[in-house]
Design a binder for this molecule. Sequence first.
Ligand SMILES: Cc1cc2nc3c(=O)[nH]c(=O)nc-3n(C[C@H](O)[C@H](O)[C@H](O)COP(=O)(O)O)c2cc1C
Length: 170
Amino acid sequence: MRILIATASRHGSTRELGQWLGSSITKRLASSAVSATVDVRDAADVDSIAEYDAAVIGSGVYLGRWLRDARSLVAREQAELETRPVWLFSSGPIGAGLQPKTKSKWSEASWAIEHKVFGGKLDRSTLSRFERVVVRMIEAGDGDDRSRAEVDEWAGAICAALAASTPSTL
Ligand SMILES: Cc1cc2nc3c(=O)[nH]c(=O)nc-3n(C[C@H](O)[C@H](O)[C@H](O)COP(=O)(O)O)c2cc1C
């Protein structure tokens, strides 16, 4: 079985969530009956998901929307996504600020098994001038609300679903 984890990330924190998820899924499946290869890639580098049996797609949230690379991947591969197990995740909220509008228009995607929202990471020293203005307007402070334990727990749920639905010969 080939599993794709594709992320769109402007400042690296969602990419890192994808890497955490990838290592957790790889480790868990290695000790299960499911034989699997996990590819962790930038959404921009994924031309097609046809070669994958399952996919996890995530994006940082900016002004209430997923980044373009993740939106394009989902829009382009919609037909393929509807025929395999797919999980979505967004990364965004930090502390009390930046709470609203954390989900994309795929929040309610009926073809996705789940759309998970993880906390985000904000480091104003890495932002563009425009982004700093936006962040000041919405009074968001620096912080890292990502939880590796939460990612690991989600990886467990994904692996359990894959193990339950997949013949071990794949
Ligand atoms: C300009 C700007 C706008 C943001 N807008 C939102 C938002 O609407 N909702 C949200 O939950 N997080 C928002 N965030 C927080 C980011 O989603 C968070 O920092 C995320 O971890 C960034 O992911 P990345 O490092 O992969 O790009 C915003 C951050 C910036 C800098």
